[in-house]
Design a protein around this ligand. Structure first.
Ligand code: G3P
Length: 241
């Protein structure tokens, strides 16, 4: 008996211009056991359901292996967690911007603290992504780096003090100055650039504090991915929007 395989068309989201409204919650699934395979898919579905139910803007960054599948089935914008500063070719294991686009993602994180890049690589990715119609959220660790990165004209800068990542201690509460200063510094260089903040953001108060400091949204991971009840955690975050 020949089994009729339902073949998901990978990349069917490619080219779909998905508007990202602000304020925005960007969920990075990272490489956690709680977000691998089917579990990553379920998290993306929860994000989509909450975004639709609450009328808020949520972006999901699936694990790379599931990017194409998830981008093809959820209506919310998907971002890659990382892309490599290489042209298509013999770069085994690399993730090119072309593959991110063909997977149906609308953009990519760049220079996440767990995937630090050289400034020349960040520049390559930001410029090439713009040519391909992809958005870039460039992660930074402080105000000076955020100011420098803003010169490259990315879609967004996400400032995240590495020491707070995964700590459950929100940057918007623990170090409000870095958020406020980064917003001012980035907007002075590139007015249209969004500024997100991340690291330790876990609840609605953390989100509200970030927005009151001038951020256009938050970038987070463990507060939802590792939560006992991710849906409840995400709904709590939405209280701050
Ligand atoms: O990409 C966002 C991430 O680095 C923040 O991590 O677990 O502190 O929300 P977390």
């Amino acid at each position: 008996m020949v089994l009729e395989k339902e073949r998901m068309k990978i990349g069917s989201g490619a080219g779909k211009r998905v508007e990202i409204e602000t304020p925005v919650v960007v969920l990075n699934e990272k490489a956690y056991a709680e977000s691998v395979g089917e579990r990553g898919f379920e998290l993306a579905e929860i994000c989509e359901e909450v975004a639709v139910e609450k009328g808020v803007s949520v972006v999901i960054c699936p694990q790379q292996a599931e990017l194409g599948l998830i981008a093809s089935v959820v209506s919310i914008p998907c971002f890659a967690q990382h892309a490599d500063a290489v042209e298509p070719g013999s770069h085994t294991g690399s993730v090119t911007l072309e593959s991110v686009k063909e997977a149906g993602a609308v953009g990519t994180l760049v220079n996440h603290s767990e995937r630090r890049l050289k400034i020349s690589e960040i520049d390559f990715l930001v410029q090439k992504a713009a040519r391909l119609g992809l958005l870039t959220i460039v992660c930074t660790n402080n105000t000076a780096v955020s100011r420098a990165v803003a010169e490259l004209k990315p879609y967004a800068v996400a400032v995240e003090p590495p020491e707070l990542i995964g700590s459950g201690r929100a940057v918007s509460k623990v170090d409000p100055g870095i958020v406020e200063e980064t917003v001012k510094a980035v907007k002075r260089v590139h007015e249209k650039c969004l500024v997100l903040c991340g690291a330790g953001v876990t609840n609605g108060e953390d989100v509200r504090a970030a927005l009151e400091l001038g951020a256009d949204g938050v970038l987070l991971a463990s507060g939802v991915v590792k939560a006992e009840n991710p849906r409840a955690a995400l709904l709590d975050l939405m209280r701050g929007l």
